[in-house]
Write a protein that binds this ligand. Structure first.
Ligand code: PRP
Length: 181
């Protein structure tokens, strides 16, 4: 059972709340410029993306729909497992619509590849991808997000939606998890 003390478990702040706020604003402008006048569907991957999604969509002043796809790859550990299971399927019709997939972190790329393959089955007009964090060093699938908040090293991060054993998602910043001593 993880220690509940945030000061002990979070070694340092990697991205501050203010830096996140600024970057999210920049991402919104880039995405808006590309989506133009379209009425997109934003598809977020549960659960880690929800804080990012909430901040991102409030930057849009045009109509949009959003939905969630549930995927799970990490379990309670700190390494990605081989299995990717769907825990919630799409419930909005994306046929002919412009889709923006939002996720908190791109790691090996297996989850996003699987989700992109799944979404293509529904016949969207286009699919773009937006990740807050890109851990490029760990990629084992050739996949490049269209929009990236920050590139980070191979560190286990928590906060701003991201967890360790389903904790720390509520932190307003992104922190590096301290190793067990
Ligand atoms: C994380 C993250 C991505 C995925 C990335 O989800 O949110 O969806 O792993 O890993 P990959 O690129 O190696 O496939 P996680 O399974 O931890 O679930 P959560 O979002 O519910 O915390």
């Amino acid at each position: 059972m993880p220690n509940d003390n945030v000061e002990k478990r979070v070694e340092r702040v990697l991205v501050s709340a203010e830096a996140i706020r600024q970057r999210v604003g920049e991402l919104v402008e880039l995405i808006k410029a590309d989506l133009g006048e379209s009425d997109p569907v934003v598809v977020a991957l549960l659960k880690g993306s929800i804080v990012f999604l909430a901040d991102l969509i409030r930057g849009f002043d045009r109509p949009l729909a959003f939905d969630f796809v549930g995927v799970s790859s990490y379990g309670d550990g700190t390494s990605p497992g081989e299995e990717i299971a769907f825990t919630k399927e799409l419930s909005v019709d994306i046929a002919g619509r412009h889709v923006l997939v939002v996720d908190d972190i791109l790691d090996t790329g297996r989850t996003l590849r699987r989700v992109l393959g799944y979404l293509e089955m529904f016949g969207p007009a286009s699919v773009r991808t937006c990740v807050l964090l890109d851990k490029r060093a760990r990629r084992d699938v050739a996949i490049e997000p269209d929009y990236t908040g920050f590139e980070i090293g191979d560190e286990f991060v928590v906060g701003y939606g991201m967890d360790f054993a389903d904790r720390y998602r509520n932190l307003p910043y992104i922190g590096v998890l301290a190793r067990e001593r």
